[in-house]
Design a protein around this ligand. Structure first.
Ligand SMILES: [Fe+2]
Ligand SMILES: [Fe+2]
Length: 493
């Protein structure tokens, strides 16, 4: 019923998002704000959220998708259980029912890591960790509307109605993820939570005075190749961050993130298959014309796809922060933010004696240093993320192989084009050589998209709004959404 990302190498760890377990719970759609948290039983909170709702809708009107549409074939969550959680229908986007959906509560859940390991999970915010928890929620919350803002004009150049629908599905769900975080702020953080909820709508992507908190969320998503790379690499950072918050000792946060991950799987799918279909078309054209220079044949050269990949991967690595961080060590020890797949790891979940090798640049070389593992949890998460990213690249390379081409795509070295952490301030080539400024300058245009690349990709972004029609730079998908044909009119104007 739902479209999930499948992954041949490791479906459990790197593919589909973890499924919510336990009994299902229906979402009440008769309420102004659909929810499964018995909002009607808390008048004060209900009023606060109903006060925020029109501001959210204003934000959506002003900074959501800019192309006017009549209706879109979208999925909406109807229950949070393991099966059949989504319902598909045509809806006018502004009437989408954004709401508050938490995974079922497990009454026996205990804190899985840190100094409170084994204690019952917190149902209220522990006073001593209040500001840290609020900060974690605000940072996560800030990324959700940011991506909607970044992608707002893409509908104007959609390569097909199928792709346009997928863009809007991602957009409405990122809007819902904002709701998810705003619910936590308003329900558990009193007045300062309400203030933070307002601020989440006031900061805007790329705004000079009031930008979004994290760098990658202030870059405009200029074209559809950038969108697919963003959903592949940057949404995937989101998946990993949610994966750490889903382990949190603060149970409402854990339950919220568990359900968000369920929705996030589709965003990964859009990125993986979007790049794959682009590569497939590129491979066809390369084969047909015997050259990578396929601009004039309406395709995106593989070398340019590689440059986009280099850019999006490197800025997404920056989102993980420095390799070592005392804040992250404190979050872990306090039981606020765990590791990816925390409960499946076979160690003491305290990490007080564990160590880890991290990369460092020292004496003109890239080497490693051993540090306490607690301080290296950003790097630990980033390593899992990188392995996951590599799985998609393998899939894309299969398209090249199938076309009988020698060329391959590759992830650049972790030190390439970095602004945060051990490699910041150094130049590293995509293959991992430490290089000087002059060498970097001489090659930067071969490694990162140039203004000309962006302009030529933009020139290919001609909209295709007839059902079943696809732009020439991308292959159609093998199947449609929810078992509908590819040529279904997923968006109506
Ligand atoms: Fe999200
Ligand atoms: Fe997402």
């Amino acid at each position: 019923m739902t479209t999930t990302e499948s992954n041949p190498t490791d479906g459990t760890v790197h593919g589909e998002s973890p499924a919510p377990t336990g009994p299902t719970s229906k979402i009440d759609y008769s309420e102004r704000i659909p929810n499964n948290v018995n909002l009607a039983g808390d008048r004060k909170l209900q009023r606060a959220l109903e006060g925020w709702q029109p501001k959210f809708l204003d934000w959506w009107k002003n900074l959501g998708p800019s192309i006017p549409t009549h209706d879109v074939y979208l999925r909406t969550a109807i229950e949070v259980g393991r099966d059949g959680w989504a319902h598909f229908d045509r809806v006018p986007m502004e009437q989408y029912r954004w709401g508050i959906f938490l995974a079922e509560r497990d009454p026996d859940r205990t804190i899985p890591f840190g100094q409170h390991k084994g204690e019952p999970a917190w149902q209220e915010v522990p006073g001593e960790y209040r500001s840290e928890l609020r900060r974690l929620i605000v940072i996560q919350g800030d990324t959700e509307p940011a991506s909607v803002e970044q992608q707002r004009h893409l509908g104007m150049t959609a390569p097909s109605l199928y792709d346009m629908r997928n863009l809007f599905q991602v957009n409405v769900e990122e809007g819902r993820h904002l709701w998810a975080m705003v619910y936590l702020l308003q329900a558990y953080f009193g007045r300062d939570g309400r203030e933070e909820a307002e601020e989440l709508l006031k900061r805007n992507s790329g705004d000079y005075d009031s930008p979004r908190i994290l760098g990658a969320f202030n870059e405009e998503t200029t074209d559809w190749l950038a969108f697919f790379m963003f959903t592949y690499f940057t949404d995937r950072d989101g998946k990993y961050q949610l994966g750490t918050l889903k382990e949190s000792g603060f149970d409402p946060l854990a339950r919220t993130c568990t359900f968000m991950l369920r929705e996030e799987a589709h965003h990964m799918f859009v990125g993986t298959t979007g790049v794959q279909r682009t590569v497939q078309r590129t491979a066809e054209l390369m084969k047909q014309h015997g050259t990578d220079d396929i601009w004039d044949h309406g395709g995106i050269p593989l070398s340019v796809i590689q440059k986009y990949l280099n850019f999006h991967y490197s800025v997404s690595l920056d989102l993980f922060g420095s390799e070592t961080s005392s804040n992250v060590a404190a979050y872990y020890s306090a039981g606020l933010k765990g590791r990816w797949m925390e409960t499946r790891r076979k160690d003491d979940h305290l990490l007080t004696d564990a160590t880890m090798e991290i990369p460092v640049v020292e004496g003109g070389a890239i080497t490693t240093r051993t540090v306490p593992m607690l301080t290296a949890l950003n790097y630990d998460l980033r390593s899992d993320y990188s392995a996951d990213c590599g799985a998609g690249v393998k899939k894309w390379n299969k398209e090249l192989e199938a076309a009988g081409l020698e060329e391959r795509l590759a992830l650049p070295h972790q030190g390439f084009n970095r602004k945060v952490g051990a490699f910041a301030g150094h130049h590293v080539s995509p293959t991992g050589e430490l290089i000087d400024e002059a060498t970097w300058q001489a090659h930067a245009d071969e490694w990162l998209p140039t203004a000309e690349d962006h302009a030529r990709v933009a020139a290919l972004m001609v909209p295709h709004y007839e059902p079943g029609e696809f732009a020439g730079w991308i292959s159609p998908p093998p199947v449609g959404i929810n078992n509908l044909p590819v040529e279904y009119d997923y968006v109506r104007f």
